[in-house]
Design a protein. Structure first.
Length: 447
C-alpha cells in the first residue's frame, strides 16, 4: 500500500513538495480534501490531448507540423502506426495520476469515522474522489478502448481499473463492460454524496456528476438514461450565456479563468498542444456557421490568410476547456429526444440554445415539421459547432461511426501526402504506452 505521499498543489500548507523530500502522511478529512483541491493535477491535465490531436476540427500547415517537437503530438496528428517513439503518454500518465490521487483519498476516508459535524464534509470529499475516478476512467476509455457496443462489450478490452492506491499492483485490462459498470458506479456514488453548490468551479458538485452520467450514457447509446440524467441536470439550473454580451475584440471573449462563466458546471482543462494560431479551423466547420451566428466570432479569430484559428475556450485563455457545461447538456438532451422520437422537445432544446448564440432578433427557430432524420442531422451539426475543441469530437466520431448513415472518416493533407482514417479503422483506438505494456503486462491495441 502506498502510505506516504508528497504532492504539489494549491494547498501549500499540506501539499508543498518539501526541499528535503520529506514525505507527508494524509490523515484528516482536510488533508484528503486538499489532495482533491490540487488543481494542477485534478483540473489542469485532463486526458483529452489525443482526442483533440486526432480530431477533424482543425488542420496544421506543413510548417506548423514541422515545428512540433513532441513525437506523440506529431505522430498523433497523422494517426501514425508508431506514436510514442519512446516518449510517455500525457493522457495515460496524467489520467492514472488523477486516479491514484482519488484512490488515496478513498482509502484514507474509509479509515475515518467522522464526527456528526464532519459528516457532510467527509461525504463531499468522498463524492469528489468517486467523481474524479469515474470521469477519468471514462476519458481514458474513449482513447485506449474500442467504442462501447452492448453486443461485444463483454469481450472487448477496456482499461486497467485501478481501485487501490498501490502503483506497484499489476492490474490487467478489464472488459469494456466492466469498465463502464465501474464508471457508472463511481458517478452514481458521486451524485448521492456531492452537494449541489461548491465554492469554486474546480470542485465537482451534484449537478456536474449528473451531467457526466448524461455524457457517459450518450456515448453508450443508452438514450433513455442519458435523457433522464440531462433532465435532472437542467432541472437544477439551465442558464446560458447571451453571446451578445461578449467582447469579441478581446483576445479571449469568455470570462478569464471560467469562474464567472454561468454555463460551467465543472472546470477542467488540458494543456496547450501547439500554438493556438496554428489551429486552423476545418474549412467545412468554419463555413457552417451562419452570418448571424455569434459563435463564429466567439470561438474563432480570422487570420491574415482568411482562415479561422481557435480562441473560444470556456477557460477564457489558451488552454482547452474539457469540463462540463450547460450547453452540452442541452445538446445531449436534444439528441436523445430526437432519437427517442420526442421531436418537439428536441426542437425546443435547440431553439433555446441557439437563441442565445445568434445576434439579437436574428435567430429563426427550427421548423416544427422537420422529420426525425433531418432533425438528428441538425442536432449533430449544432453539437459539432458548439462543442468544438472540448475533447468530445473524437468520442462523437467513434460512436457515430457505428451507424453507416452517420459514419465519417478523417483525412489530412501534409507535405503532398494524404493521410486517411476511415470509419472503424483500428487506429481509432490509441496504443497503450509501451512502458505500461511492458511493466504491467498489458495487452496492446492493434495498430
Amino acid at each position: 500500500m502506498l502510505a506516504l505521499i508528497a504532492l504539489a498543489g494549491c494547498h501549500e500548507s499540506f501539499l508543498d513538495l518539501k526541499r528535503n523530500k520529506q514525505q507527508v502522511v494524509p490523515e484528516t478529512i482536510a488533508d484528503f480534501e486538499a489532495i482533491l483541491d490540487n488543481a494542477t493535477t485534478m483540473n489542469g491535465r485532463s486526458a483529452h490531448q489525443f482526442a483533440i490531436i486526432g480530431s477533424d476540427d482543425y488542420y496544421l500547415t506543413d510548417e506548423a507540423w514541422n515545428q512540433i517537437s513532441d513525437p506523440p503530438r506529431k505522430n498523433g496528428y497523422i494517426w501514425n502506426t508508431e506514436i510514442y517513439e519512446g516518449e510517455p503518454s500525457y493522457d495515460w500518465n496524467f489520467g492514472y495520476k488523477r486516479i491514484l490521487y482519488a484512490n488515496i483519498v478513498l482509502e484514507g476516508l474509509d479509515k475515518i469515522n467522522p464526527e456528526n459535524e464532519e459528516v457532510a464534509r467527509w461525504e463531499t470529499v468522498k463524492g469528489g474522489a468517486h467523481f474524479y475516478r469515474g470521469s477519468t476512467f471514462f476519458y481514458l476509455a474513449q482513447l485506449f478502448a474500442r467504442q462501447y457496443n452492448s453486443e461485444t462489450s463483454e469481450t472487448d478490452l477496456g482499461i486497467p481499473l485501478r481501485l487501490e492506491p498501490d502503483a506497484n499492483l499489476k492490474i490487467k485490462r478489464a472488459s469494456l463492460e466492466s469498465t463502464y459498470v465501474q464508471i457508472i458506479e463511481d458517478l452514481k456514488i458521486a451524485v448521492d454524496l456531492l452537494p449541489y453548490s461548491t465554492k469554486f468551479k474546480q470542485q465537482p458538485g451534484k449537478q456536474a456528476a449528473m451531467a457526466m452520467l448524461a455524457r457517459v450514457y450518450l456515448q453508450m447509446g443508452n438514450y433513455e438514461q442519458a435523457k433522464g440524467w440531462a433532465d435532472e441536470t437542467l432541472a437544477v439550473s439551465q442558464e446560458l450565456i447571451d453571446y451578445n454580451t461578449l467582447d469579441f475584440n478581446a483576445a479571449y471573449p469568455f470570462p478569464n479563468g471560467g469562474q464567472t462563466n454561468v454555463e460551467i458546471l465543472f472546470l477542467d482543462l488540458t494543456g496547450t498542444i501547439v500554438n493556438e494560431i496554428d489551429f486552423n479551423a476545418n474549412e467545412t466547420l468554419y463555413s457552417s456557421y451562419q452570418d448571424n451566428d455569434l459563435r463564429k466570432l466567439a470561438f474563432w479569430k480570422e487570420s491574415s490568410t482568411g482562415t479561422g484559428y481557435y480562441r473560444g475556450s470556456y477557460t477564457g485563455k489558451s488552454s482547452f476547456f474539457t469540463g462540463l457545461a450547460i450547453d452540452e447538456v442541452f445538446l445531449i438532451r436534444a439528441e436523445c429526444n430526437t432519437r427517442l422520437g420526442k421531436l418537439t422537445e428536441a426542437i425546443d432544446d435547440i431553439n433555446t440554445l441557439l437563441s442565445s448564440r445568434f445576434k439579437r432578433d436574428a435567430y429563426v427557430p427550427l421548423d416544427n415539421n422537420l422529420h426525425k432524420d433531418e432533425l438528428l442531422q441538425v442536432v449533430l451539426n449544432e453539437r459539432r459547432k458548439e462543442l468544438v475543441f472540448r475533447g468530445l469530437r473524437w468520442a462523437d466520431l467513434k460512436r457515430l461511426n457505428q451507424d453507416p448513415d452517420l459514419a465519417t472518416g478523417i483525412s489530412r493533407n501534409l507535405k503532398g501526402t494524404e493521410y486517411k482514417l476511415e470509419p472503424n479503422d483500428v487506429r481509432w483506438v490509441w496504443p497503450i504506452p509501451n512502458d505500461a505494456v511492458e511493466i504491467g503486462g498489458l495487452q496492446q491495441n492493434p495498430r
